[in-house]
Design a binder for this molecule. Structure first.
Ligand code: HEC
Length: 180
């Protein structure tokens, strides 16, 4: 769909050029349209990653419950649904607000070494190639700022602020016995 946003102005300019009957003016138009298409590809790639990489599952309120039908303008605004486990309680960050605070170079460095608390799959973001991390940045920035900051992290031992998902993990393995 975003392709049309870029394609329409390009067509309009081409039509104008045709009226002026100045063939040499066509060349710059063709060059100019190459860049927006590359951008459109990056945006589409970023959207695809957010959709299939699980980002919406946690960072978009109600996304899994809706069967993945939450409209794009509501994506990635962070979630009040907390995740409680031995690490305390974490809330998926509002990525729209977070990325507004970073330029692209800062995001590239930050995302390459991303470390968060569970259950955020920070390892998945670190494993992405540069192109994919850049695509995510471009796409999330294209959504603009939106929503409110997610609730603050709560350390272990503090009563979690509902709603939250509780992880009931297996007991740690017993320490090696010295008997026998
Ligand atoms: C299983 C749920 C889950 C999934 C899936 C998930 N996240 Fe997260 N994410 C979280 C939680 C919870 C936090 C907060 C972690 C913390 O407080 O340390 C977080 C934090 C982050 C942060 C750090 C924000 C900050 O304030 O520093 C980034 C960046 C991020 N997620 C990006 C992504 C991207 C990109 C994807 C998709 C590839 C994704 N997340 C998928 C749950 C998830």
């Amino acid at each position: 769909m975003s392709r049309f946003h870029f394609a329409l102005p390009a067509l309009a300019v081409l039509a104008l050029s045709a009226c002026q009957q100045a063939p040499q003016s066509v060349a710059p138009v063709a060059t100019a349209s190459a860049e927006p298409n590359a951008d459109a590809d990056l945006l589409a790639r970023g959207e695809y990653i957010a959709r299939i990489g699980g980002c919406n599952d946690c960072h978009t309120p109600g996304y899994p419950e809706s069967g993945g039908t939450v409209p794009k303008p509501q994506w990635l605004v962070g979630s009040p649904l907390g995740w409680n486990g031995p690490w305390g309680t974490t809330y998926p960050a509002n990525l729209r607000l977070k990325l507004q605070q970073m330029d692209e170079a800062t995001w590239m460095a930050y995302s390459a070494g991303l470390h968060t608390r569970p259950p955020m799959p920070d390892f998945a973001v670190r494993a992405m190639n540069e192109q994919d991390r850049r695509a995510l940045y471009r796409f999330i920035r294209s959504l603009g700022p939106g929503g409110q900051p997610a609730p603050a992290y709560q350390p272990p031992g503090e009563a979690p602020k509902p709603p939250y998902v509780q992880w009931v993990l297996p007991a740690p393995p017993p320490k090696a016995s010295v008997a026998g």
